[in-house]
Design a protein around this ligand. Structure first.
Ligand SMILES: [Zn+2]
Length: 412
């Protein structure tokens, strides 16, 4: 008898608590990354079974978060394309499927607050499969799990979907997991050409691509800060955890570029390059999960700050697509995008490429290429864009404080 009354008491207490308790979104960042970056998904290459499995998982997560389906087929938006053998030719989307076409799948979930404008929150979920063209791995084929690139971004996006339920209700939110990113921003490119909501009603776009490797110094890159006049102040005001590295340009190596080129303000969040970039070693156990939760919190604060600002003004930044240098050659290095000293610091050197043959090492800082003084990654890219295949030139790097000059020959 007594025992029963105690049980009743606890049940009543639990029920009361449930009535008054605030909605606390669950943190499934670890779980989401673990699923997406598991060997079972075989690297989530666009057009493969692993990609479809990942898409299905993300759609189920959207559903459990209460997001409504806003693709062309439930949560999905499929796009078919033919890959061109000419790297300078844009990939063409096709409607008729032939043998040589590949079909990718964007996954879209909508948080409808009945408002006029919609904030886009995106992250690509495709990766490199067993390697291939985008891989920096040499040797036998191996699964590229892409935990940082970009299971991390998808997990933070899903975390934000939970946080935004019943909060910051002055906009609607459209969550998009893009495919085809690694093949050239194909999913986002297709989406802006075939949007499932009015593109003029899109307020701004937030892109998370590689947010899983926050380092001990808490450096976080935020790109696109020049694409709306309001961004800089909000990024600073919302921050009390990170050493922020800003870049104004709306054009970058990820999906936000597709939105920026359609006059939508964009921000891209990125925790920086590392040795496992586009290699089989980009695995889930190497991620900083606490860091990802802090990044999600930071982005949530930015959204909160922007909630009563209506539709943000768009601004063009210096790097227009037409000015973005086209490269005919490469040195075979990974630039350290987060290096804020003078020059371009090399974060990795690929085997058998011009830089390695010239004797350059990880950690070298390129300060001159040909006749051009290199002050940062942008000037490095400009310097590189004037060379043709087979050209030779000199490169000056700083190593342990000393200038070293080397001859470099670009591959045929
Ligand atoms: Zn990538």
């Amino acid at each position: 008898m007594k025992q029963i009354s105690i049980i009743v008491f606890f049940i009543t207490l639990a029920a009361c608590k449930n009535d008054t308790i605030e909605y606390v979104p669950e943190n499934k960042i670890n779980e989401d990354v673990s699923f997406l970056a598991d060997d079972a998904l075989e690297g989530r290459k666009t057009g493969t079974k692993g990609e479809q499995e990942a898409a299905k998982y993300i759609a189920e997560r959207y559903e459990s978060l209460g997001l409504s389906a806003i693709g062309t087929e439930r949560y999905f938006q499929d796009f078919s394309f033919k890959t061109s053998t000419d790297p300078h030719k844009e990939t063409e989307f096709v409607t008729v499927n032939e043998d040589s076409t590949i079909t990718g799948r964007n996954v879209l979930g909508f948080l409808d607050n009945g408002k006029e404008h919609t904030v886009i929150i995106g992250a690509h979920y495709d990766h490199l499969g067993y390697g291939g063209e985008g891989s920096l791995h040499r040797g036998e084929d191996a699964i590229h799990n892409g935990a940082d690139d970009n299971a991390s971004g998808v997990a933070v996006m899903l975390n934000l979907a939970g946080k935004l339920k019943n909060a910051n209700t002055n906009n609607n939110y459209l969550f998009i997991a893009f495919s085809g990113e690694e093949l050239g921003l194909l999913g986002s490119n297709y989406f802006v050409k075939n949007p499932t909501i009015d593109i003029k009603k899109m307020n701004y776009m937030l892109n998370m691509d590689m947010v899983g490797r926050l380092k001990a110094d808490s450096t976080l890159a935020v790109y696109g800060t020049g694409t709306s006049p309001i961004f800089k102040q909000v990024i600073t005001a919302s921050n009390d955890n990170f050493k922020i590295i800003e870049n104004e340009s709306g054009v970058g190596p990820s999906d936000h570029t597709s939105f920026y080129l359609n006059n939508i303000p964009v921000l891209h969040f990125f925790t920086g390059q590392h040795e496992d970039y586009h290699k089989p070693g980009d695995d889930s156990e190497k991620l900083n999960y606490e860091g990802m939760a802090t990044i999600s919190e930071y982005i949530y604060t930015i959204i909160t700050d922007l909630d009563d600002n209506g539709k943000l003004a768009y601004r063009k930044t210096k790097d227009q697509s037409a000015d973005t240098p086209r490269f005919k050659v490469g040195m075979g290095v990974i630039p350290d995008y987060l290096f804020d000293g003078e020059g371009m610091r090399i974060d990795g050197v690929s085997e058998d490429k011009p830089a390695e043959k010239a004797g350059l090492l990880k950690g070298d800082i390129v300060v001159k290429l040909g006749t051009v003084d290199v002050t940062d990654v942008q000037t490095y890219m400009k310097a590189l864009s004037v060379f043709d295949k087979g050209d030779s030139t000199t490169v000056v790097v700083k190593r342990n404080g000393k200038d070293i000059q080397a001859a470099i020959k670009f591959q045929q």
